[in-house]
Design a protein around this ligand. Structure first.
Ligand code: CP3
Length: 363
């Protein structure tokens, strides 16, 4: 079956190859899409980005954001599109001033560390984020019905690290120390991020996203107790509240750097699928994680940047190790901006050409 979408009210029967895997089915070849598949490594993205003005303007311009969301699917034939936006829009929605400076990345003012939340202007979240729902609807309208569409937000912890530091910080000390010094105050920030993120994800699902992904890129810096409180618990609440609003909503979690804690994260948060970074050993992923839920990952973006025969070996190794159970091929983290697009095209061919590790096709 090649997957014409059959939408029944808000419920969606699993029709795209991506949704089938997220629902627990193994198919071969595995669906493939890549984190940050829309971005600066594509000349057609750079052209639209130049017209849009700033990166933030692009994120909040549904027509152009839809165009760049579709570009990588059109060029490479991926099995899923991801809506073009950014996890830090939630910080803007919460009232922090957000801009992206060329070469420096996101800048959020005022930094919240020690200032508490008083400076934040509440109550403008829905309006601020509504263009992203429009982008989702435009992409869904233009996307082949057999291709999945993924919405997303950041994990509350990861968004908080940027909000506390006022931008990019190497060690995340602003959030890490705030969480020890004033756990109640920090909890309030986390709660606000969770609330806005739930509304944001629900809006994307209602606009036509087939699944949503929670990117907790800095989960790995926390010790156990902090990880349970600031990563697992807020994620569990997001998942629970999203499913209460959209029954059957599919949620992928990504707790980069969580290592051995991936199992507790996935089970306690109630995820449908787990995205793993490149440092997760394949035997742990296949033997411990994958018997419990579908896995997405985990090619090293550096292998994709390098290209050549070692890229092919690495891609085949992952597809073979994880291909016996429900699996979505992806990177362990976002595409590096200097990656030649030909390497991406080659990767898609290689993954689709890998011999079925259990010797029968079903997709
Ligand atoms: O194609 C896709 O994956 C969809 C779009 C997407 C972007 N950011 C676009 C983007 C997604 C899913 C994200 C997630 C995101 N944003 C994360 C989580 C995943 C990860 O990479 O760990 C994080 C931590 C951010 C925050 C962020 N956005 C930073 C730190 C930066 C600056 C660093 C950089 O790469 O420039 C961004 C900017 C950003 N987000 C760009 C893109 C395409 C580059 C901006 C540009 O085009 O000039």
């Amino acid at each position: 079956m090649n997957g014409a979408a059959v939408k029944v009210g808000m419920e969606c029967m699993a029709t795209t190859r991506l949704e089938r895997v997220l629902g627990g089915e193994r198919i071969w070849p595995p669906p493939i899409w890549l984190m940050r598949q829309a971005g600066r490594y594509l000349p057609e993205y750079r052209a639209v980005r130049a017209q849009a003005g700033s990166f933030l303007d692009l994120c909040l311009d549904p027509e152009r954001a839809a165009e760049v969301s579709l570009q990588p699917v059109e060029r490479f034939g991926f099995d899923a599109a991801i809506v073009f936006a950014d996890i830090l829009l939630v910080a803007g929605a919460l009232g922090q001033q957000l801009r992206f400076d060329e070469g420096q990345g996101p800048v959020l003012t005022p930094a919240l560390d020690g200032l508490g939340l008083d400076g934040l202007d509440r109550g403008r979240a829905r309006d601020f984020l509504s263009p992203v729902g429009e982008t989702v609807a435009l992409v869904r309208e233009r996307l082949d019905p057999g291709v999945g569409l993924i919405g997303f937000c950041g994990g509350a912890w990861t968004v908080a690290t940027y909000m506390a530091a006022g931008g990019v910080s190497g060690d995340h000390m602003a959030a890490r120390s705030w969480a020890y010094r004033d756990p109640d105050g920090f909890q309030e920030l986390i709660d606000r991020i969770v609330d806005v993120s739930v509304g944001y994800l629900v809006g994307q699902l209602r606009a036509g996203a087939d699944a949503v992904k929670i990117f907790d890129s800095w989960a790995g810096v926390l010790p156990d107790g902090q990880f349970a409180r600031w990563v697992i618990e807020p994620t569990r609440r997001m998942v629970e509240n999203v499913r209460a609003a959209v029954p059957g909503a599919k949620v992928i979690g990504f707790a980069r750097g969580a290592g051995l804690r991936h199992l507790g994260y996935a089970m306690q948060a109630g995820l449908d699928a787990l995205a793993i970074d490149e440092a997760v050993p394949l035997d742990f992923a296949a033997g411990t994680l994958q018997p419990r839920l579908p896995i997405q990952g985990n090619l090293d973006p550096a292998a994709l940047l390098a290209g050549g025969p070692r890229l092919e070996v690495a891609a085949r190794e992952i597809a073979t190790a994880l291909g016996a159970r429900p699996f979505v091929f992806n990177l362990g983290h976002g595409i590096h901006k200097d990656t030649p697009p030909e390497h991406v095209a080659r990767l898609v061919d290689v993954v689709r050409g890998v011999a079925d590790p259990i010797g029968r096709g079903s997709g």
